[in-house]
Write a protein that binds this ligand. Sequence first.
Ligand code: PLP
Length: 481
Amino acid sequence: MPANPDQTETIAVPAGLPGVDRLLQDARLSDLAARAGRSCVVEAARTVLDEARARLLEGGRVDPDGLAERVVAHVAAAVAPSLRPVLNLTGTVIHTNLGRSALPEPAIEAMAQAARQPVDLEYDLAAGRRGDREGRLEARIRSLTGAEAATAVNNNAAAVMLVLNTLASRRAVPVSRGELVEIGGSFRLPDIMRRAGARLVEVGTTNRTHLGDYEEAMAARPALVLKAHASNYAVVGFTRAVPERDLAALCRRHEIPFCIDLGSGTLIDLECFGLPHEPTVQEALAAGADLVTFSGDKLLGGPQAGIVAGRADLVERIRKNPMHRAFRLDKLRIAALDATLALYNRPETLAETVPALRSLARPPADIRAVAERVAAELAAAAPKGWRVEVADCLSQIGSGALPAEALPSAAVRLMPEFGRPKMGKKAAGRALRDMAAAFRALPVPAIGRVGEGAFWLDMRCLERPEALLGQIDGLAWPSPP
Ligand SMILES: *Cc1c(COP(=O)(O)O)cnc(C)c1O
């Protein structure tokens, strides 16, 4: 006898639960299929019935009248865009898990325009034939950095991979042991090098590397020397690294390229925002780097991308590598990167126009004012047992820039006071985790952090306090343990 899936369904249904077909006859679901597609509604109904069945088997209760509503909710979740907007109140400005920085408005507009209609992406309008995909982007990077040439690819990991695969396939590449970095999301320099076909030659030690160490490595006839910016860690104490100028001179003597992976790579001196110094792309090139690689969505504040800037002959070889085609940018990101770079023509306005820099340069008094406002409203809504206050805290740049540096900021701090005078550490920890979860359960989830006996909401990146204030009524405050 042929198996009838709906029949199996019916047989497994404990008393009291409808089958999929009967559930789908509910009036509340009738026009759902027309809007969301029948298969989506059927799948949601199956999921809801499976969950209800599991609950019954565990001895729980199920309200059969609530099933249709649950299907509606499942379908709504299934058709909603899968990426949800969140409020980054973690204190880490360029947060990789939260999509790094928001894009500048002109970049968003340029992306929307390129998405909506055909564009002259790779078409020469004057000549009426195929044109240069990267020409305008390259011209911008050249004029901003002083590099002879440049190319942009999927991300900085791809940029490093391309440099190594193009220039050092099956050849030695010396790297200081103090720079063998692992970045979150499985970028580990030794692994990237191996995959790119380059042979890593470790030089120096973790804390100290001397020019003589690199000179010795020249015996391996390296293809290039790679210096990686120690982005997400700092080697402190008894340390030594070889100045870039000296490495550049050594490479020139041996007629091999000197490449610097800057990681974040900024085009402006962060000191003009009162931030600590982070090496700029221009400085790296001026120090004698033949190629510099950096990210588009770290301190630059644009879309995900990796930029290789430097000597024209080397960039040309990189462009000819078939991997370059595999890593190339699509029109949306070319549009966004181009529009972001255009903003750098007016450096004096960057602290307004580029959200990442705006957050980093935000005056502490501004942040504190937001914290006061949010704390007042939260305190008014807080049930007995929760203390709400404004507290000084330290934000981080994130994404590997200046890991040891912290930026003075202000937070709203929530602390449980249940079971006074003193509640157990375990109960307090649970209450804080529940509080963090309650903020994550808001319609626009707010992501904070738990630490030092409190739940912290760093206000540095909250540009529109209303986005949080408007949700406070709906916050499900954890009840006392
Ligand atoms: C972040 C980083 C990378 C990877 O850049 P993505 O753009 O995230 O791919 C590579 N090298 C360094 C030193 C970095 O800091």
